[in-house]
Design a binder for this molecule. Structure first.
Ligand SMILES: Cc1cc2nc3c(=O)[nH]c(=O)nc-3n(C[C@H](O)[C@H](O)[C@H](O)COP(=O)(O)OP(=O)(O)OC[C@H]3O[C@@H](n4cnc5c(N)ncnc54)[C@H](O)[C@@H]3O)c2cc1C
Length: 382
């Protein structure tokens, strides 16, 4: 079998890369190891409207579970602040349906899809990636291609096999656990976030509404004391709600890997750790970077040049698009890492009644004046 481009992984990064390569009349194969695109879910489904602008499509009722107008933030001492405005607006998606819908769009644009097929290795010739070795129902096969896109998620082996450095240290990964729960008495248009060392060390608990008293209740932590599942079960004790789904997974929060291309290969999405280090959100970034990866892949095939020298433009373009905001988020996350519960109480009490989305340097200086104990943290942000 021979393709122009093989995409490994069939969720957001994979389907979007395939879609935008196929739209440019390129012969694309997308390979997914699961038997169904989009399952098991490892996501709370929150995303911005910008995702859909990037994807050049309108959000559909098929997978939009809730529209979000704002978010309530709860500090360790129980006080709260509400965020409103564009920074807190968005949608809660049913990822199983959304991911499959993206794959359907990609297939309609021309992508071939293989399911239940595990890519085990890369074909490498003269130091250049030339395809993959995959296993389907016990049968091993070689599939050649001029370019491979690794969209195989956080546990990506494909980028590593090409020689790129993808090693992550334990504190660079946020461990997550989530229930979809029924019976919650919550505002269907507001997210809830809970912070504190005892609630979610190094992370936060989220409640994302999915309409009609249903919500994703999840947690992300960076701590080795107990598992995310332990803290989640502790949190839900008093919710009086019943679980109908459990998801466990990890989110890379260290910022992107150092190099996202090599001869004959691009890396995209969680595999490249293109995830917002502060929110753990990856849908919008995987969409933006996947689109660029697909378009650059198509151009490389058309120009018959899949060398590093040509593919470097992928990294240049995605950095232009999302690099600055990823760097800024990493800086904020590092600042948050240095905060204890008292600092978080102060920060959330400062945020009460303010438009946090448009906080200026001036208001941060005021914050430092009112809460001198936060100066050590804020000075890094100013
Ligand atoms: C609990 C949790 C909650 C989250 N909540 C949010 C949220 O609310 N909003 C948000 O924006 N982001 C959220 N994220 C992050 C978001 O889910 C990811 O950033 C996003 O799914 C990344 O997509 P991806 O396509 O890069 O990788 P993945 O979704 O991991 O997809 C990789 C795909 O590759 C396949 N694959 C892997 N290896 C192989 C192989 N060898 N051969 C073939 N196929 C292979 C996998 O089966 C999988 O389907 C959350 C993550 C977690 C864990």
């Amino acid at each position: 079998m021979k393709y122009d481009v093989i995409v490994v992984g069939g969720r957001v990064a994979g389907s979007v890369s395939s879609l935008f390569a196929s739209k440019n009349d390129i012969n694309v194969l997308m390979i997914e190891k699961r038997q169904e695109i989009g399952t098991p879910v490892q996501c709370a489904g929150a995303t911005s409207y910008k995702t859909f602008e990037t994807l050049e499509m309108k959000p559909s009722k098929k997978y939009v579970r809730s529209e979000v107008y704002g978010a309530d933030l709860y500090s360790p001492d129980g006080s709260s602040a509400t965020l409103r405005g564009p920074v807190a607006e968005g949608l809660i998606l049913e990822r199983k349906i959304f991911d499959k819908e993206l794959a359907i769009k990609s297939a309609k644009a021309g992508t071939d899809i293989m399911l239940k097929t595990n890519v085990k290795d890369l074909l490498i010739k003269d130091k250049k990636v030339k395809g993959v070795i995959a296993k389907h129902l016990g049968k091993t096969m070689e599939i050649t291609a001029d370019l491979v896109i690794a969209a195989d998620g956080l546990e990506s082996q494909i980028a590593k096999k090409s020689g790129l450095n993808t090693t992550a240290r334990p504190f660079e990964i946020c461990s997550c656990a989530q229930y979809e729960m029924v019976g919650l008495d919550i505002n269907p248009n507001y997210l809830k976030f809970y912070f504190g060392e005892k609630i979610a060390p190094g992370g936060y608990v989220w409640i994302f509404p999915k309409g009609d008293r249903v919500a994703n209740v999840g947690i992300g932590i960076r701590s080795l004391k107990q598992s995310a599942y332990y803290y989640l079960n502790k949190f839900i004790v008093n919710l009086n709600a019943k679980p109908v789904e459990l998801n466990i997974g990890g989110v890379p929060v260290s910022g992107p890997i150092e190099k996202t291309f090599t001869d004959g290969l691009l890396v995209v999405g969680d595999a490249a750790r293109q995830v917002d280090p502060i929110t753990g959100g990856g849908i919008h970034i995987a969409s933006a970077c996947g689109k660029i990866a697909g378009e650059v892949a198509a151009e490389a095939i058309q120009k018959e040049d899949t060398s590093s020298d040509f593919l470097v433009r992928y990294e240049k373009l995605w950095k232009e698009k999302v690099g600055k905001s990823l760097k800024r988020s990493l800086k904020y996350r590092n600042a948050l890492d240095n905060m204890d519960d008292d600092d978080l109480n102060n920060l959330i009490s400062f945020a009460q009644g303010k438009d946090v989305g448009s906080l200026s340097k001036l208001s941060m200086i005021k914050l430092a004046k009112d809460y001198p104990q936060l100066v050590k943290i804020l000075k890094d942000l100013l």
